[in-house]
Design a protein around this ligand. Structure first.
Ligand SMILES: NC(=O)c1ccc[n+]([C@@H]2O[C@H](COP(=O)([O-])OP(=O)(O)OC[C@H]3O[C@@H](n4cnc5c(N)ncnc54)[C@H](O)[C@@H]3O)[C@@H](O)[C@H]2O)c1
Ligand SMILES: [Zn+2]
Ligand SMILES: [Zn+2]
Length: 361
């Protein structure tokens, strides 16, 4: 029997989200139905709602979630009912050219559920990032479920499912930050602060947080920023150079997703340094840079999707570090809310009042 549950749907570009009855099929071969216990509100959900990702409305929002497996379909061996899992949007295929070369964190053919979740009238929903977890029960590919230690409460565990993993991985995996590096992070929301936490974990010597909002800079200090720069008040490129002996940072993480902040990142890094773009731009944005500067400054310009994470490797490891008190995940949860408060949470995110609002079910 298909399940009928409540979920948060974006029906059209810029329209307020609504709570709708969603029909969730029983899991088919290779699929699992998960009782969602918590799901964070990520800026990418707002990007979907604003039509900044694509036009496949209506979207079923929510994609940073933890919960308990309710049922599995035929042939599923990786999880069973009762398992405590974080949902991931990188269920690797094992067969694409990246997987075959031993680099599954770049998998180009990740798995999602084959069956569709629909509205009560049969309208097919597009689940955000192939998940859709502002929903009491959701249908995913079994490989999208990563088992972790149930001692970590769902509101924090779920955050590893997207934004916090993206930020941590942008420094640790993509930026390869290591002991003694200088790091700057532009944009200190949930993703940027996770990048800061990652830099601290990796042993960075100097960690410079840049934002336009002083409240965000206060929070950034709590996650390990050694210096903060309000870029409404000071030129961030000069400030970062001043704080790094006049040279620029070894690694600069851009966690806003705008051309002007990307340019700041580009010029705020040392020669042969690395820029990591983790913020998501919108389709109309373009970037113009002198090609001579791209050449002359050397180093690496990288983008980081999901922190180049491999969920099976990274989620259990990061949960262990959290449980040992070595990684502050609680600090990202500004508030817990109900399913009917996602629209309000978008407003709070927009006004900079929260790092993460987390829907708890
Ligand atoms: N690459 C990935 O895999 C991935 C995963 C999740 C989220 N994201 C993206 O990362 C970005 C950040 O997400 P978030 O959830 O942290 O969002 P957020 O809204 O919580 O944080 C954005 C931060 O940027 C700051 N900011 C805005 N304009 C700025 C400017 N000009 N200079 C400096 N700071 C500025 C804001 O004050 C805010 O603190 C979004 O674009 C989101 O879509 C990417
Ligand atoms: Zn693959
Ligand atoms: Zn996200």
């Amino acid at each position: 029997m298909p399940y009928e549950v409540q979920g948060v749907v974006a029906r059209g570009k810029g329209e307020a989200v609504t709570l709708e009855t969603v029909v969730v099929p029983d899991p088919g071969p290779g699929e699992a139905v998960v009782n969602v216990q918590a799901c964070g509100v990520c800026h990418t959900d707002l990007h979907y709602r604003e039509g900044g990702i694509n036009d496949d409305f209506p979207f079923l929002l929510g994609h940073e979630a933890a919960g308990v497996v309710e049922a599995v379909g035929e042939g599923v061996t990786e999880v069973e009912p009762g398992d405590y899992v974080i949902l991931n949007w990188r269920a690797v295929c094992g067969q694409c050219r990246a997987c075959l070369r031993g680099r599954p964190w770049y998998c180009f053919a990740t798995h999602n559920a084959t069956q569709k979740m629909t509205l009560a009238d049969g309208t097919v929903l597009s689940p955000a990032l192939g998940i859709g977890a502002f929903l009491e029960k959701t249908l995913v590919a079994a490989g999208q479920c990563t088992k972790v230690d149930p001692a970590a409460r769902p509101a924090v565990a779920g955050l590893l499912g997207c934004g916090v993993m993206a930020g941590l991985g942008a420094t640790i995996n993509t930026g390869a930050v290591t002991r003694g590096d200088t790091v700057a992070v532009i944009g200190c929301g949930g993703v940027g602060d996770a990048a800061i936490a990652g830099a601290r974990l990796a042993g960075a010597r100097t960690i410079i947080a840049v934002d336009v909002d002083d409240r965000k800079l206060d929070w950034a200090r709590g996650f390990g920023a050694t210096h903060t720069v309000n870029s409404r008040e000071a030129d961030p490129v000069e400030a970062i150079r001043d704080l790094t002996g006049g040279f620029g940072a070894d690694v600069v993480i851009e966690a806003v997703g705008r051309p002007e902040t990307y340019k700041q990142a580009f010029y705020a890094r040392d020669l042969a340094g690395t820029v990591v773009l983790v913020g998501v731009p919108t389709p109309e944005m373009t970037l113009e840079l002198p090609l001579l500067d791209v050449f002359g400054r050397g180093g690496a310009l990288k983008s980081s999707w999901y922190g180049d994470c491999l969920p099976s490797r990274d989620f259990p490891m990061l949960i262990d570090l959290y449980l040992q008190g070595r990684l502050d995940l609680d600090g990202f949860v500004t508030e817990t809310i109900g399913l009917d408060q996602v629209e309000e949470a978008f407003g709070k995110m927009h006004r900079g009042e929260v790092l993460r609002s987390v829907v708890v079910l």
